[in-house]
Design a protein around this ligand. Sequence first.
Ligand code: ADP
Ligand code: MG
Length: 689
Amino acid sequence: MKKYEFILKDLDCANCANKIKETLSKNEKLKNVNVNFNTLKLSYETDTLSKQDVEKIVQSIEPEVTLVENKNFKNKKMKKTTSIFEVIRLVIGLIIALLGIYLPLPNIAGTIILIIGYLILLYRTIKNAIKLFISSKKINENFLITISVIGAFLVGEKFEGLMVITLYEIGKILESKAINKTRKSITELMDIRPEYANLKISENESKQVSPEEVKIGDTIIIKQGEKVPIDGIVQKGSASLDTSSLTGESLLYHVREGDKVLSGSINEQGLIELEVTEDYENSTVNKILELVENATDKKAKTETFVNKASKIYTPIVTLLAILVAVLLPIINKGITYSESVYRALIFLVISCPCAIAISVPLSYFSGIGKSSKSGILIKGSDYLDALKDIKEIAFDKTGTLTKGKFEIRKIDVYDKSYNEQDILKYTVMGESFSNHPIAKSILKLTNINFNKEDVKDFKEISGRGLSYTFNNNKILIGNSDLVDYNKDKTEGTKIFVKLNDDVIGAVSLADTIKEGTKDALDKLKEKGIKIRIFTGDNKRIATRVADELEVKNVESEMLPTDKYQALQKLIKKYKNTNNKVAFVGDGINDSPVLALADIGISMGGVGSHSAIEASDVVIMTDSIDKINEAIEISKKTSKIIKQNLIFAIGVKILILILSTIGLAHMSLAVFADVGVTLITIVNTLRILR
Ligand code: ADP
Ligand code: MG
């Protein structure tokens, strides 16, 4: 099936976004439908339906909404023109209606002028209500407001009806402004999208093209002050790159010929030419943007619950309204039907769960945007929500708690027919095919030439080492387990070289703990989180690292499958609670564990696409303290969502009670309703601070 993506232009109401998604999902000709209220994106797959067909379905729910191509969409411009028109209409309508009420005219003339004013004010609401009713026989907020206004007019509350529609329209305009402002602040936080690339077309000529047009193998030029648009390798020149938009840390990063450069960073100083190694689609910057924009597609439990609750809210309030209108005069003889109908109309005014429907998804979007800015990519609202409930974290050791930058301490030769250089050479030959931090460190430290084609049957033995054949000799490189060597003699991280049946030597390695790790773990402990270390390394090293970090629970000599089982046990322990278990790793040979954990967190995301894919939360830097930051953002987001829910629901219940006993005016209800929506949106903005 073909995949399509459009922007839902003029979609203001989060509630409608949910309805649009639901209705489209029910259509059998559409698959994988997604509507994102925050980014206004609609995506689906289909073979049979045209854009017009889909637009028609969308408009049966929200008549104002149109589908526009993603590329042609400029949110700012389009919004401005519509809201200016709305403001003018509002002012003119209001003036005419007031003239109708206050001008000393004969009764009939005054009423006619008033009705004209009403109609101008009600224009948009009535139009939407009628359109929707004709296309799908449904009623919505617009319909209810229209009824309330006309109702107020008919029971003689002319001024009241006028206030209702005016306040409602002002609320709508402010609301769409506030939502756009929030969306803009969030996208500004993530302002890493490159606008162009300087494509080199001849020795001293280049032209600006859009990043999508550049192909693998092309050469692009990045001048001082420009963004790196696509991933590549430096061919010529050198530069200092600012990666803060990716990592949240403003460290300058120096690159020269042969170095890999990731898109999204900014060239602070220098001039470089890059050979493009990935197309834009697969470049780091696009991967990150996609991830953040789609993150809120994955709904958190709170959100699903709120969606369900708001679906029954409207029918319940409408039902209550009917009861109030019918029963009040029967219960209390002092109340007339015109009075009880008026009170019931107030119920209709507040029957839209708008404040809640908007503020919850917007809060998650803000939390995710805020974390991205700090170099923490969270892949879904549910993970953002779950971070605050973490009770235990298991850490991988190498490359996670330690730097993963090994130094060679010593080379042992056990078989005198070889020398140190031979031991190192066998090691390097194997490691040059591995991705493990050990391999990367050794290759960086040594400079041994050999023919890569001589290395045959290379196999990585996850969590233990590797094997290959060379000149018909079977060679094993790895820990004592792999080569069957007496464990007791092992000190430090040692990798052994076994040639056929004999262990001929070993390379001793040393790794250091990352700076700031102990403090970061202490802070996690203060939050009541239990820390564990899971490592494939030997017991002595594991204990030493654990002692230094004051971690009590440490398990060593684990294969990736052992880590998997140990984590499974942990998760089982918290099965029927709200507590979550996280695993933190570097994405190398621990992808299954990252996937199994309630929250899989990978570190050092810059540079590793596989880590970005395997985990739920990607920390772009090497700093463990980012986990604390992520948990704090999670807590703040959830606190603000709770505040908004309690405030919105509280005010609505209060108004329902006041209007039942006759103490609330209809205009107060509208004021409270739109006011609550605005206040919750503004409160949501606090997450970004
Ligand atoms: P950790 O759990 O600390 O991240 P791993 O599971 O990645 O460690 O690896 C466990 C052990 O296996 C390492 O300490 C090392 O002894 C051995 N090992 C793994 N990969 C390699 C490799 N490419 N070369 C040599 N030894 C390796
Ligand atoms: Mg590891």
